[in-house]
Write a protein that binds this ligand. Sequence first.
Ligand code: ADP
Ligand code: MG
Length: 254
Amino acid sequence: MSNPLVEARQVIKRYGNVEVLRGVDFTVQQGEVACLIGPSGSGKSTFLRCINHLEKIDGGTLTVGGDFIGYRQQGNKLHELRENEIAAKREKIGMVFQRFNLFAHKTALENVIEAPIVVKGEKRQEAMEHARSLLARVGLSHRVDAYPAELSGGQQQRVAIARALAMRPELMLFDEPTSALDPELVGEVLDVMRDLARDGMTMIVVTHEMGFAREVGKTIAFMDEGVVVEHGTPERLFTAPRHPRTRAFLSKVL
Ligand code: ADP
Ligand code: MG
C-alpha cells in the first residue's frame, strides 16, 4: 500500500532570481530507500535542505511525514509555523552530510549524547545507554572514548550516523555521505547504511555510489537542472533510462 513519507509536487526554490529547483516531483514511501542521483549543481542538496526545513520553498507543495513528522509547505506559506514548531519537526529528521562536523573536543560518545540531552532533555544515563548501543550498531563499541581526530574518516562518519540516530528520527537524509572519504573507507559507511535500510528506516540518499543505489535503493530519481528528470526502480533506470540526459549522465558514472 502506498504510504508516502515525503511527497514533493512541483517544488520551486529560488536564490534571488535564480530558480534552483524548478518544479521537483519526488516521493519516498515509508520504510523505503530513495536514492537521488545527478550532476553537481542540479539541486540535490537544496532539495534535501527543503525537506529538512533548512530552506523555505517558493512554490509547489512539500508534505513531510504523516502523524509523526507532519508538515506541509505550500509555497511560502510554511512560515506560519513558528520557529519552535519547526525545530520540533526537524528533530524527527536525521541528516548526515559529506563532512562529518563532529565536535572536535568531544569523544564519540559525547558527540552522540549531546543532542538528546540538550535538545530533548533526555537523562544523561539513558542517553549514554542509547548512545552505546548505537555506537555498537555502527561497529564502534571499542572507540566510544576516542576523539574525532583519533578516528578515521569512515569511523567519524559512522559516529555522525549514530549521532543522527540518537534523536530517534523517522526519516534519514544522507547528502553524499561517502564523497569525502578515502576509497577504502567507503564500504564500512555503506554497510551501516545498508543495515539501517534493512531495518526499515526511511531514507533519502544523495549518492554517487551507483552500486549502492542499485542494490539498496527501492527507487532512483535522476535530477538535473532543478528537476527530477525521471525516476524508477534501479533495475529499470540503470538498464533502460528513458531520458537522453539520464543516459548521458549514467554513461559517465557507470
Ligand atoms: P547539488 O547538491 O546537486 O550539487 P545544490 O543544491 O548544492 O546542487 O546547488 C544547486 C544550485 O543552487 C547550484 O547552482 C548552486 O550554486 C546554487 N545554490 C546552492 N545554495 C545556494 C545559496 N545558498 N545561494 C545561492 N545559490 C545557491
Ligand atoms: Mg550537493
